[in-house]
Design a protein around this ligand. Structure first.
Ligand code: GAR
Length: 310
């Protein structure tokens, strides 16, 4: 009996191609499906628009008609895929894809590159466990200042697949890595994935697991954390979120603030890079104090990251 049919062969080739593309672009299966849909619909839209435009150019000669049609398609295609990528949530992927093509063609600024050209783009990984409001601000900051800083958020890492940060990664089209506890804390620290994503710098933004020594050694002086209080006070294991603010209020502190510091083997302990203060008001609750402290975090973390990377 014949073992496999032509249909099976086609399916296997298709599956292998799908897998290869996923590895090449470092995306999940569903995301690759969205990217391929964008390519397909963007391509069809390009053909449709080009055919609608051609009659307006009134070209009779067949050779010239074909030539002009090719030029039109080349010009329309990037716009069409960018447009279609928006409802599919893949704008970031396609804008960097098109930039890459542009650079290969010798267009655009040479220094913004992830390859081996003059000034290499620095890739940041954000580690977060919760809502991800700091991560969102950092992503926005580096998106808005890509030319100036040559830094970008290239990977989101989380220990919690149900956290808000996961939605942010998907919305922003940034690759996401969900950590396996045993492997992260007692194994290779997921270092291979960080290296293959080309990560240069690690930013903790509400990340609740301890960073393993393997990562601290692999990224010397290149892992920083933010803490919602003035360290060395109100830090350590279990001191996060509202627990920090409740402790500050219980001690009748007159001021609180944020600390940005390098990460070492202990919780909230490495050397301090910068602190920013705010008052603690008599009527404060943990919520109102948290809001004031969070405003400091949102205003200062990204620019400090930029200056540390520099
Ligand atoms: C931030 O306030 C950050 O300082 C804190 O977690 C919050 C994360 O909020 N980190 C720690 O307490 C570390 N010990 P976010 O998810 O909205 O960015």
């Amino acid at each position: 009996m014949k073992k496999g049919s032509d249909g099976d062969g086609f399916f296997l080739t298709f599956a292998a191609m799908f897998k290869k593309l996923r590895q090449k672009w470092k995306v999940s299966g569903p995301r690759l499906a969205l990217i391929l849909c964008t390519f397909a619909i963007g391509g069809s839209l390009t053909g449709y628009v080009a055919r609608k435009l051609m009659p307006f150019l009134s070209i009779d000669q067949k050779g010239i008609w074909v030539l002009v049609y090719i030029v039109l398609v080349t010009l329309i295609w990037p716009l069409a895929v960018l447009l279609i990528s928006i409802p599919f949530g893949q704008f970031r992927f396609f804008s960097s894809y098109l930039q890459k093509i542009g650079r290969r063609m010798g267009l655009g600024r040479k220094h913004l590159t992830n390859d081996s050209e003059s000034v290499r783009l620095k890739n940041i990984a954000i580690f977060a466990s919760g809502a991800g409001s700091n991560a969102q601000k950092i992503i926005q900051y580096f998106n808005n200042n890509l030319q100036k800083t040559a830094n970008r958020v290239a990977l989101i890492v989380s220990n919690n697949s149900a956290a808000g940060i996961v939605d942010i990664a998907q919305k922003e089209g940034i690759p996401l890595l969900i950590l396996e506890k045993e492997r992260f804390l007692n194994g290779d620290g997921h270092l291979p994935e960080l290296k293959s994503a080309g990560i240069d710098f690690i930013v903790l933004a509400g990340f609740l697991w301890k960073v393993p020594v393997s990562l601290i050694r692999a990224y010397p002086g290149a892992i920083i954390n933010i803490h919602p209080a003035l360290l060395p006070h109100y830090g350590g294991k279990g001191m996060y979120g509202r627990f920090v603010h409740e402790a500050v209020l219980a001690n009748n502190e007159k001021e609180s603030g944020i600390t940005i510091h390098y990460v070492d083997e202990l919780y909230d302990h490495g050397s301090i890079i910068q602190q920013f203060k705010c008052p603690v008001l008599p009527a404060d609750t943990a919520t109102s104090l948290a809001e004031r402290v969070q405003a400091l975090e949102h205003a200062h973390y990204a620019p400090v990251i930029e200056s540390v990377i520099k």
